[in-house]
Design a protein around this ligand. Sequence first.
Ligand code: AMP
Ligand code: ZN
Length: 110
Amino acid sequence: MTCLFCKIIRGEIPATIVYEDEEFLAFKDINPIDKVHVLIIPKIHTESLLACNEAHQSMLGKMLLLGSKIAQEQGLVGFRTMINSGSKGGQEVFHIHFHIYGGSDKLAKI
Ligand code: AMP
Ligand code: ZN
């Protein structure tokens, strides 16, 4: 598997991990656009939201709630959630991930 985020899950590439359980991993974005910028990923490789269907509903719902929990744990009282889907949607790493970011007075523009 050449997927960058799968390599992070397997520990083959270092990352600053802020949360991990059996299903999900969250780590700091290497190129943060805000004071706090965390990526949340499922451990099962899924390309993007475009590749999701009803079978992914539970995973997607859990990721969203986990994002809120992690954002609050990181000290954020408000945050932005971003999901880029497909190359035309700005996605660069094709392992589904939620961006959670915030912390500065003015939220970074997408
Ligand atoms: P996207 O454009 O939504 O696919 O976002 C990919 C994100 O992954 C970007 O914000 C990158 O800064 C981030 N990224 C790329 N490589 C790494 C890495 N090794 N560790 C942490 N974040 C990364
Ligand atoms: Zn992957």
